[in-house]
Design a protein around this ligand. Structure first.
Ligand code: TYM
Length: 333
């Protein structure tokens, strides 16, 4: 039986190689399986949990759609839409926030990281963000959710919320408990400047990430400047232990090359980093530049991008309105 796939990406600009390898590359593969039903959401409601410039947000929503399409997601085969276009997401998020427990949300590590030291100043939305994410997934009866490793805890929470809703209201199997789809290798791409930190949109230094809109010179320069260690390239997987930067760069190579970490490590065993970096930048340029050029091309035609979203909103609304009707019935509205 085909899978029902749902996933989301925040339109906060600077979509990077981590987003691509951890998530979007998988979206494309799942979209290419004819029996799968895929829904990919530009999660603009999630984006405003931290301050956004409205003009920038609008631009970034379109840029995220362009990135989906440029990466190979076919809007004819998948539903691509923006979250704020379907009101049911906000409504169901409220209902589920009355099911989820404070204790569960208090354990979310991403909130702790994003809120930083001054939690009192974080928005309420940032705190309850994973409940909205659960609403996204559960509204569409998604069976599988492809994400990077950093979303694992949010998906576990989504499963808990679904189970509690079903138990509380005595509706076994009504909300479908989804399975995360997290790759074994390469599900956490790290910063080019620090192998212990996640590659991230919000990191101040642009040298820490490869953006999907970077040009060839930027890519070559960033890889040249990427942190390594003074030793020659590791001889084997065991030799990678404790060498976070080498592990990350080899992981990027392997993932883009559709090979394993093991075979990529063997390919460069004992060589010096500069030789490896040369091949790595060539590979990134070959894989990312066509995407980056396609994004730029697509961004010249806003009306086309907007029509993809409009069409997606219409299709998603049809599915969501049926589910929310049943949810309201069950709750007693
Ligand atoms: P977001 O927008 O932060 O990231 C989008 C996707 O990219 C993955 N990712 C990474 N993967 C590997 N290495 C990295 N360094 C890296 N950085 C980001 C993320 O894991 C994610 O899959 N809450 C979500 C969006 C969301 C969602 C949903 C996802 C909202 N509703 C429903 C799935 C289902 C987020 O903020 O992703």
């Amino acid at each position: 039986m085909g899978k029902k796939i749902f996933s989301g990406v925040q339109p906060t600009g600077n979509l990077h190689l981590g987003n691509y390898l951890g998530a979007i590359k998988n979206f494309v593969e799942l979209n290419n399986v004819p029996t799968n039903e895929c829904i990919f959401c530009v999660v603009d409601l999630h984006a405003i949990t931290v301050k956004q410039d409205p003009k920038e947000l609008k631009k970034n929503i379109r840029e995220t759609v362009a990135t989906f399409v440029a990466s190979g997601i076919d809007p004819k085969k998948s539903i691509i839409f923006n979250q704020s276009g379907v009101a049911a997401h906000s409504e169901v998020a409220w209902i589920l926030s009355c099911v989820a427990r404070m204790g569960w949300l208090n354990r979310m590590t991403q909130f702790k990281e994003k809120a930083g030291k001054d939690k009192e100043k974080a928005s309420i939305g940032l705190y309850s963000y994973p409940v909205l994410m659960a609403a996204d997934i559960l509204l569409y009866d998604a069976t599988h959710v492809p994400v990077g490793d950093d979303q694992k805890q949010h998906l576990e929470l989504c499963r808990d919320i679904a189970q509690k809703f079903n138990n509380d209201f005595g509706v076994e199997d009504f909300l479908k408990v989804p399975e995360p789809l997290i790759q074994k290798e390469f599900s956490r791409i790290m910063s080019l400047k620090d192998g212990s930190k996640k590659m991230s949109k919000s990191e101040i230094s642009d040298l820490s990430r490869i953006n999907l809109t970077d040009n060839e010179d930027q890519i070559i320069n960033k890889i040249k400047k990427a942190k390594t260690d003074p030793l020659p390239m590791p001889k084997n997987i065991k030799d990678l232990e404790g060498r976070l930067e080498a592990q990350n760069l080899l992981g990027i190579f392997a993932s883009l090359n559709n090979s394993t970490l093991e075979s990529s490590t063997e390919k460069f065993a004992g060589k010096n980093f500069s030789e490896f970096k040369h091949e790595l930048s060539e590979l990134i340029v070959n894989k990312i530049i066509p995407i980056s050029e396609e994004i730029k091309k697509l961004l010249n035609d806003y009306s086309h991008l907007d029509s993809i979203l409009l069409d997606g909103v219409e299709k998603a609304s049809k599915i969501a309105s049926k589910k929310i009707k049943n949810i309201k019935e069950i709750v007693g509205f």
